[in-house]
Write a protein that binds this ligand. Sequence first.
Ligand code: CP3
Length: 343
Amino acid sequence: MTSKVQPALLRALAGETLPRPPVWFMRQAGRSLPEYRELRTKAADFIAFCHNPEMAAEATLQPMRRFPLDAAIVFADILLIPGALGQKVWFEAGEGPRLGELPPIEAMADQVEASTGRLSAIGETLQRVRAELEPERALIGFAGGPWTVATYMIEGRGSDRSGARTYAHQNPEKLDALLDVLVEATARYLVMQANSGAQALKIFESWAEQLPEDVFERIVVRPHAKIVEKVRAAGVTAPFIGFPRGAGALVDNYASGVPVEGVALDTQASAALGRRLQAEGKTIQGALDNLLLRAGGPALDARVDQLIEQWGGGPYIFNLGHGVLPDTPVEHIERTIRRVTGK
Ligand code: CP3
């Protein structure tokens, strides 16, 4: 009988405390790697790249070949959903995402079912990666948190989100309707990803900061809880990692209100917060400063050791507090992973 390999990442998400934490990095694929920058020149634009399973699978696997990482994250973007719902999305070189006018919410609601089919290339990417990845390395699927995706849809670009936060106060019913559309489209997209080989599912709520508690409950906690419930109702058992970046003290509201297995912590998370979440039964992930990873040196080594010391006594996944910065030296990434894994 062949024993089924349980990847370390999934054991950690099941609540196990491992001899050393599994490790992966947000944005481990992408511009910090020269082989990505080379591959990227072969696609007309970034969205086309994400919808090309051959290229996206290659980008997903590039960091896996280079480093002894415990998990791959599918190469895609949180802004593929607005595109699939009928809003125009493109990337301005050197600047970032741009979105066309926000379509009427009822029109997007009518597109929810069709949207998942328009994202089928990402399912194909996952299948390709899962077929190539060693069984002890996990494959993560993801989507953006509805609020974060809505901020881009409302403002049309990256910003300080004050426009979207004002919208949340001035048009609560409209925002709730938009979030409902995103919850439904996101849940279906994540079910498709799980059925295509994603073994864990992460929700990136990158702009969870600066929200009053009642608004945070309404536009972050409740929509996330609905997504998890819908995905579970579809029979998916893959564990969730929620990432309410910037939520500060409201991380506790998130952890008690959203039935995720893992909570990803940002750079500012205190040792005490992480331990408290572990004591409450959550697996935690994070929270190395991406600027420190870029800076390197003895301070980086010391912080890596400190994070493992403070959180490694409970279920813990080593990661950054936000994504790898494009100009991070590859040697720093390599050194850090080796320090965590001992490989
Ligand atoms: O390796 C991985 O983590 C998987 C791939 C991934 C990308 N985007 C690829 C990408 C993931 C998980 C994301 C998530 C994402 N996308 C988030 C949430 C995480 C976070 O960093 O806060 C957000 C807010 C986006 C939206 C987005 N995509 C922005 C604002 C930008 C432009 C800024 C930038 O970094 O260039 C992107 C583009 C993007 N997404 C790139 C990559 C590799 C760079 C595009 C390129 O290569 O030309």
